[in-house]
Design a protein around this ligand. Sequence first.
Ligand code: M6R
Length: 366
Amino acid sequence: EKGGYPHFMLKEIYEQPQAIRDTFRGRMREHKGIIKMAGVDDHIDKFLNAKRLVILACGTSWHAGLVAEYIIEELVRVPVEVEYASEFRYRNPVIDKDDVVIAISQSGETADTMAAMKLAKENGAFVFGVCNVVGSSISREAHAGAYTHAGPEIGVASTKAFTTQITVLTLLGLKIAKAKGKISTSDFHMHLEELRLIPEKVEEALKNNEHVKKIAEVYKDASNCLYLGRGFNFPVALEGALKLKEISYIHAEGYPAAEMKHGPIALIDEQMPVVVIATRRGHYDKIVSNIQEIKSRKGKIIAIVTKGDVTVKELADHVIEVPEVMDSMSPLLTTIPLQLLSYHIAVMLGKNVDQPRNLAKSVTVE
Ligand code: M6R
């Protein structure tokens, strides 16, 4: 059932090229210049008239929501707010009929996300579900939705659900931008073309597996780890840190790279590994100076870079390359080595990768 892989997590990491393809297959219709999503088409007025979008989720799905915030705001130019479902539901939130709420959940059974979406519905909002499990409670409770089509995700650490959630939300952003006339036809096509190439690029990123394993060997005994990223890759830093925490039990924190100087930089010494997402398109010069700040305090740098990078390569202790891609889609690639890194560290430490202590696949209690 693990298809020859030692763990479900590794199998699911490797399934990502196919899972992403399955997510956009049938939806991207380049020859017609459209994206087909029935759940959006049937309620297009809600999306066109929405004064803002509110995304509700927990854990990894919340991180996908943060990536979507950056993508949708850039494409559609409407404000997007991303909320922890557990906070939203208990604070008498300001929400009304002009809001479109997007509830993101792999399992579709997360209690807090379910309660938050019900509250939004009671307040008149239109609720759109992004779930992986077909027929799940959240998918049934939503007014409409789009499935991620990632296939069953068994490992407690979410992997392919995350990248397919980002894929669906990218399609959603492009579709609304098109319907609102916020994107030119050529730009729209360029985005679709770029998305179509993602599965091959994920394959390529996966080829670094052995290299990532060697890096894991060096840092497996660390007791802390920092993850830094900017822009579209800030949420990827959060996600990388969550992945390491939950399966290896190493304390890790994700930060927007520029926040370093407001506190976390005090933690840096020669014992501290810092994973930096330093791809070429996204605020590259700023990231390079963040790396220099860490180096001058003797921190160890593991950098995720764009293929062919030279500048960061000279500064970092280790680099892991990912293929070139437009900035907004880079999370789909930069996430891959971070998943592999946490996987290998957890295996080397002898942890139960697929069923980490204290965690369940769906959190149906609050
Ligand atoms: O099924 P959901 O997407 O609603 O689950 C949300 C979180 O419980 C989940 O993403 C959790 O954080 C994962 N274990 C992370 O790998």
